[in-house]
Write a protein that binds this ligand. Structure first.
Ligand code: ACO
Length: 326
């Protein structure tokens, strides 16, 4: 086991709510289609002045409050995001600036919707080797600024938000019992943002063609997500020497209720153990898992010693799963 302890969690969600009924007025869609195909009822949308680091800062401050410390006490800050404030520097550095802190290692992880689990894995390894003593691990996204609001196949899916966890070395009673991660970059073109990097620098043409927004083959993503989240969950449980019945809470990445359900069934977890926030927030990419964890903690659904199974899938493609003793 990688002995670590989550000593505080927090979340930040923009105030503005965009419902399926609002979307009916923007594109050719319906509440019924969105609910039946995705399980999403509404999502939060950041205002024009809010960037990813702003949401990350609020989530991290709340997590630090719960942990009884200040962001300045952290020696390591990892932000998982696909919607950085800028191409460079890292959103984690903008986050330091926003909080008025300096000195800690601060870097981003780009692993799409699997980002929070990748960041947690990196943080755990830094903590157990002594490189880090107090880590802030954050998943934060402002998806609404990279979505094509004229494309009904994608704009109904996403939302904005951030979740954070303060993680420290454990005393042997809590931590990551087993975890795995993987990627298949050959499938990168199935879900990506074509323009804005060195492959296709931003130009009048890319703007006209909306190449700076999410491009996705939804059916392909769906198929791969179900398989990868199911397989990685089963493997993590096996490696931990546990059965599905040992799991108190299953928190999968929240992209689509049908993907989550199929992953749950493949992992052998009963429906009442799956924790869902998707209907309220849509797909917040790297933020969905830490936001869900924070809500579960707040509702008293996670107690010391409980086993939780986390799994995710995202652009890359990337996937990951982790079994934690809380
Ligand atoms: N409203 C109404 N109709 C729509 C909408 C919409 N918002 N979007 C698509 N349609 C139409 C399509 O045009 C199509 O019409 P047609 O049959 O006349 O051609 C019809 O609905 C069916 O489209 P499909 O794409 O086959 O619908 P599907 O059941 O596959 O659902 C969806 C689409 C929801 C995108 C699904 O494929 C999905 O969830 N995929 C995963 C995508 C995802 O989660 N991406 C997030 C990033 S990765 C991650 O987080 C795991």
């Amino acid at each position: 086991m990688k002995s670590i302890k989550v000593i505080g969690t927090g979340r930040a969600l923009p105030e503005k709510v965009l419902t399926n009924f609002d979307l009916e007025k923007m594109v050719d869609t319906s509440d019924q289609w969105i609910v039946e195909r995705t399980g999403i009822r509404e999502r939060r949308i950041a205002d024009e002045n809010t960037a990813t680091s702003d949401l990350a800062a609020v989530a991290l401050e709340r997590a630090c409050d719960k942990a009884g410390m200040k962001p300045a006490d952290l020696d390591t800050i990892i932000v998982a995001t696909s919607t950085p404030d800028t191409v460079y520097p890292a959103t984690a550095c903008w986050l330091q600036r926003r909080l008025g802190i300096a000195g800690s290692a601060a870097f981003d992880i780009s692993a799409g919707c699997s980002g929070f689990l990748f960041a947690l894995e990196v943080a755990a390894n830094l903590l157990v080797t002594g490189t880090a003593k107090k880590a802030g691990v954050i998943g934060a996204e402002v998806m609404s600024k990279v979505v094509n609001w004229q494309d009904r196949a994608t704009c109904v899916l996403f939302g904005d938000g951030a979740g954070a966890a303060v993680v420290v070395p454990g005393n042997g009673s809590s931590g990551i019992l087993a975890s795995n991660w993987g990627c298949d970059g050959n499938l990168a073109p199935l879900l990506y943002q074509p323009a804005g990097g060195t492959r296709m620098p931003t130009s009048e043409k890319t703007l006209r063609e909306m190449a700076h927004t999410v491009h996705m083959e939804g059916n392909q993503v769906f198929k791969h997500a179900v398989r990868a989240m199911g397989n990685s969950s089963v493997k993590a449980l096996q490696d931990a020497g546990l059965a599905a019945a040992d799991v108190k809470l299953f928190i999968p990445h929240q992209a689509n209720i049908r993907i989550m359900e199929e992953a749950r069934v493949r992992a052998g977890i009963p429906p009442e153990k799956m924790y869902v926030v998707l209907h309220k927030y849509g797909n917040m990419s790297a933020a969905t898992i830490p936001v869900a964890i924070d809500e579960a903690v707040e509702e008293g659904k996670l107690q010391d010693g409980d086993i939780i199974l986390l799994t995710a899938f995202g652009t890359g493609f990337t996937w990951a799963a982790a079994v934690l003793r809380w």
